[in-house]
Design a protein around this ligand. Sequence first.
Ligand SMILES: [Zn+2]
Length: 218
Amino acid sequence: MTPNKEDYLKAIYKLGGLEALVSNKQIAEVLQVAPASVTEMLQKMKREGLIHYEPYKGSRLTDGGMHTAISLVRGHRLWEVFLMRHLGYSWSEAHEDAELLEHITPSRLTTRLDQFLNYPSYCPHGSAIPHMDGQIDCIPMLPLNLLPVGITSHIRRVNEEKELLDYLQESGIAIGCPVCIIAAGAYEGPLTLDLDGKKVQISYKAACQIYVEHNQGI
Ligand SMILES: [Zn+2]
């Protein structure tokens, strides 16, 4: 499936395109498409008033683009909460189906969903659900691989990618769980974790995609 305009808007939003210019290369990497198709789509989006596009520099969302991007991200994350809380979805299933639902959810439904779920601040993977004005609740975080051995923190967010989510859920990784690195293998080897009293081993690559609370003193 090729990414559509809405996926571009979301990608630019997630890459920080509310304030700064996002390069075509970054967008191509995130959406896994050829740079030529990115250029073509961005020109179209510029004509439609969704982005400010500066050739060779990058793009930034206009107010209209920002509004659409936020609605999409809100819809996606609220659906994830609903699917996991009420329909027993797994981490990766919720992400997959929210990806479909976000494109067909009218704003009235997003608002009701938000109300029904009692205004959650985070999706089940720990990403903040933005308010309609773009405000988000954010906590300082660092990737788990950078947490010093022997220091306890809490898992706050994981990257949303199907294989990773299945692997992490199988390993018992959960948002809010206390975590401490007991041992780190040499040469980016596996990490042995104390996960809320349970000893668990995960790959270094996965640890780079898990974020823990960045407490003072770390
Ligand atoms: Zn999510």
